[in-house]
Design a protein. Structure first.
Length: 267
């Protein structure tokens, strides 16, 4: 049997050691990007709101304290994820979304100035190009987060959604910013992003009836995070996002706990 040279042995040992070394988790300050689920959480006008039913809260016969609850929630309300199957038949449900799509470097596109003056504003391709002129090309594998500033209106449904009405009448009266379908198509054709998020109730603007941005993105298995908050605390680049939903088998959406890790040098 041919003997390995000392140099080859050194290289193999080094390679094995490197392969077994865990990748360090990003360091920095943690920013919570999720609203709490409670009686004030905002849901789509046609969806059932969140409910927490108390089962136990007190001292047991054995003398120790015990608390437990049941909860009810629609998939699409509060800070949540839209799985691709929500608008694309046969695409990924919540439990089938690769974890890699739910964590990665964040690119925060700020359109608050336009959204302040136009509640129906739709983010355009030019908004992304303007961002790139200041920050460089959207990196491959980016998580794009659109900041409209509407999260500051939470939990006032009338200001956040444009209406406090419920049911179909409420759905018809929605006014909040979203992503223009042409811009969604541009992202798909020209960039390679993992996922997208926004601090409004939908990736399509409130008056959309065709939900084209949903359909375009989800057909490519690009999920969306909706009703995010605290995007004003993130830099345009440099933050790292972890957005993990409840793992609902076959789910078209799920509650989401999203956090960002921001290096202290970028705060």
């Amino acid at each position: 049997m041919e003997k390995l040279s000392p140099l080859i042995i050194t290289i193999l040992v080094s390679a094995c050691s490197a392969a077994s070394t865990p990748v360090p988790f990003p360091e920095g300050d943690l920013i919570d990007l999720s609203h709490a689920y409670d009686e004030r959480a905002i849901f789509w006008p046609t969806a059932e709101p969140f409910r927490l039913d108390k089962v136990a809260d007190g001292i047991t016969e054995a003398g120790y304290y015990y608390a437990a609850n049941n909860f009810f929630t629609s998939e699409h309300g509060g800070t949540h994820i839209d799985a691709p199957v929500h608008f694309a038949r046969g695409r990924q449900s919540v439990d089938r979304i690769p974890l890699d799509r739910l964590m990665g470097p964040a690119s925060v596109v700020d359109v608050t100035g336009r959204a302040d003056t136009d509640a129906d504003y739709q983010v355009r391709t030019e908004d992304f190009l303007q961002w790139e002129r200041a920050n460089g090309v959207l990196p491959t594998g980016a998580i794009v987060l659109i900041r409209t500033g509407f999260s500051a209106r939470w939990p006032d449904a009338g200001r956040y959604l444009g209406t406090a009405a419920r049911g179909e009448a409420g759905a018809a009266a929605l006014h909040f910013p979203g992503l223009h379908p042409d811009a969604a198509r541009w992202l798909i054709d020209n960039r390679s992003i993992k996922s997208i998020g926004i601090d409004t109730a939908s990736i399509d603007h409130g008056q959309s009836t065709e939900f084209e941005s949903h359909r375009l993105l989800y057909a490519q298995d690009i999920p969306a995070f909706e009703n995010l908050t605290a995007l004003d605390r993130l830099p345009a680049t440099g933050a790292y996002v972890v957005a993990l939903p409840m793992k609902i088998a076959g789910g078209s959406g799920a509650p989401l706990r999203a956090v960002a890790i921001v290096p202290r040098s970028r705060l």
